[in-house]
Design a protein around this ligand. Structure first.
Ligand code: ATP
Ligand code: MG
Length: 179
């Protein structure tokens, strides 16, 4: 369960913006272009999405606040997500797990798992098979329902593998075979 999302310099959010998510359903409403989809992009980004297209960007820099008429562009985008892990779903021995991702205009990236620097891979592995991974059904963007319906059997199988929790083992096996 998501508890808190903090954005600094991510897309249309220059100032630190905090979303506290309580139990139940949270809906985000607002006029076109106000930044609703940017919020779900931020969640996917911090969960380890490394491709730019699914997050509606051409290059990583597109995720850094690019400035407006009266506000200067920023040099860094930062997203922090706090998750409830009291049920231990993430396989980590903490009641609360925080992940953070930073990207600098210079091209440098930083990732943190509970405030400790880590690799992108560590974040991706933490969420693989939890239903929250970057490629899963937990975030369905505009147009994706159609994609699932018209997916090939192979692509659809991927979703089932993730849902049933075997994707992690399959990925590890593939990596072991590569060596
Ligand atoms: P809709 O209701 O049409 O789906 P939305 O609320 O989902 O709209 P978003 O797509 O989240 O809106 O936000 C689009 C806005 O974000 C645009 O105004 C765009 O200029 C702004 N934006 C995107 N990337 C950046 C960036 N790097 N810097 C500044 N603003 C950005
Ligand atoms: Mg939108």
């Amino acid at each position: 369960m998501l508890k808190k999302l903090e954005l600094v310099g991510f897309k249309s959010f220059p100032e630190k913006t905090t979303f506290e998510l309580s139990d139940g359903i949270t809906a985000v409403v607002g006029p076109n272009g106000c930044g609703k989809s940017n919020i779900s992009d931020a969640i996917r980004w911090v969960l380890g999405e490394h491709r730019t297209k699914p997050l509606r960007g051409e290059k990583m820099e597109d995720f850094i606040f690019s400035g407006t008429q009266n506000k200067k562009a920023m040099n860094m985008a930062e997203v922090t997500l706090t998750l409830d892990n009291s049920q231990g779903h993430l396989g980590l021995d903490y009641d609360e797990v925080t992940i953070k991702r930073k990207y600098y205009r210079s091209g440098d990236s930083e990732y943190f798992l509970n405030k400790t620097p880590c690799r992108l891979k560590d974040i991706q592995e933490t969420f693989m098979d939890t239903g929250l991974g970057k490629d899963t059904y937990s975030i369905i963007s505009q147009g994706e329902i159609d994609k699932i319906l018209s997916a090939s059997p192979y692509e659809r199988r991927y979703l089932f593998e993730e849902a049933s929790g075997i994707l992690k083992h399959k990925t590890r096996k593939q990596e072991a075979l590569k060596r």
